[in-house]
Design a protein around this ligand. Structure first.
Ligand code: PLP
Length: 373
């Protein structure tokens, strides 16, 4: 498959969500709702049972593969469904390295489930992650390096190219969770990742109405191993959800572009306000990750992290804002805010992860002004 860079992200989305030209047939694909298929002649490959394959998955998977610059993608009913399938399929006796400051459920799964199978699990914070990969170099068994960037929720950025190089030298599998950036923000496979995994639940589907996960890779052996894991574990997606996700992808780049512009404006507005202790956004020129982010990202994303003085100030902000709904998750069309300390993340009590929606910038800034007053 070719990935012509001259095609813009929105064109890519629209192209990836239409049907191939077939006169008289619908332009938009319909969901194929079935649990089984008429049997094929002996020896002929094709669809035979709903847990193994579905044409609506394939339509979505082709679109996701194209967006991630991959040869293949596989869909899962949630991001965690994809992540845990990857970790089960690829953990081969070596160490599994996960982010200490990243998505907490990945860390919990690695620490509590993989470790129970005798797999060595390590975690490291973003700033020391690449060095930790280098220290895997002489491990006797193949390791899995599971990275995340920008790290959710602190939004530190990991150097993808340097980490890919370190993983290659350690003969470790390099997996990147691309949930926060989306393929419009960065395409980790182009930087040397073996596999991308993500929750499309967030920005890609973007309407806060479905959960969905996927993996994408250029390595046929990995795609095959993970497809087998999906089939035997039965962690599979309903065709209707797959159709809804595919439908959402048509506007994903458009939404992302608007969210990035809004997030930049929100970050710049909040940065330096007296009620605010600190703001993290990779697009802020003053952000410690900005130079690195500018090198490897095509857009800085919809997430802005803001630390207020204390829990009370953050709660007052949430109570006064009319446009930021207090809700977990992120990447949707509605702006939301989540005080992460309530879920146990290692962040200050006044830390809010803001997810910037597609509202008008002027209205968002007016709302922030009101909420801070
Ligand atoms: C939300 C999230 C996941 C998990 O996705 P679900 O669809 O909720 O299972 C994984 N990684 C990151 C970075 C996330 O933000």
């Amino acid at each position: 498959m070719s990935h012509p860079e001259e095609i813009g992200p929105s064109t890519r989305c629209v192209r990836a969500t239409g049907s191939p030209c077939d006169p008289g047939q619908p332009l938009s694909p319909s969901p194929v709702l079935t649990s089984t298929y008429h049997a094929l002649p002996l020896g002929e490959a094709g669809d035979f049972y709903g847990r193994n394959s579905n044409p609506t998955w394939r339509v979505l998977e082709r679109a996701l593969a194209e967006l991630e610059h991959a040869d293949a993608a596989l869909v899962f009913p949630t991001g965690m469904g994809a992540i845990t399938a990857v970790l089960r399929a690829l953990s081969g006796g070596g160490t599994v390295l996960v982010p200490a400051d990243g998505y907490y459920q990945t860390r919990v799964y690695a620490a509590e489930r993989l470790a129970a199978y005798g797999i060595q699990v390590r975690s490291e914070r973003c700033e020391a992650f690449t060095e930790a990969v280098r220290s895997l170099a002489r491990a006797p068994q193949p390791s899995v390096v599971f990275a995340e960037t920008p790290v959710n929720p602190t939004l530190d950025v990991l150097d993808l190219r340097a980490t890919a190089t370190a993983a290659r030298e350690a003969e470790a599998m390099f997996v990147v969770d691309n949930t926060a950036a989306t393929p419009f923000g960065q395409t980790p496979l182009d930087f040397g990742a073996d596999l991308v995994v993500a929750a499309a639940t967030k920005g890609l589907c973007g309407h806060s109405d479905i959960t969905l996960g996927y993996i994408a890779t250029n390595r046929a052996d990995l795609a095959e191993a993970i497809a087998l894991e999906r089939t035997v574990s039965g962690v599979t997606t309903g065709p209707f959800e797959a159709w809804l996700a595919h439908r959402s992808l048509a506007t994903a780049a458009l939404r992302f572009q608007r969210q990035c512009a809004n997030a930049q404006a929100v970050a710049e507005f909040l940065n330096g306000k007296p009620q605010v202790r600190s703001v993290r956004y990779p697009g802020l020129a003053s952000d410690p990750s900005h130079a690195l982010a500018a090198r490897q990202m095509k857009g800085f994303g919809s997430l802005v992290s803001v630390t207020f003085e204390d829990m009370g100030t953050a709660q007052r902000f949430l109570a006064r804002s009319e446009l930021f709904a207090e809700a977990t998750s992120f990447g949707g069309v509605h702006s939301t805010a989540d005080r992460r300390a309530r879920w146990g993340d290692a962040v200050p009590e006044g830390f809010l992860r803001l997810s910037i929606g597609i509202e008008d910038e002027r209205d968002l800034l007016a709302d922030l002004q009101r909420a801070l007053a």
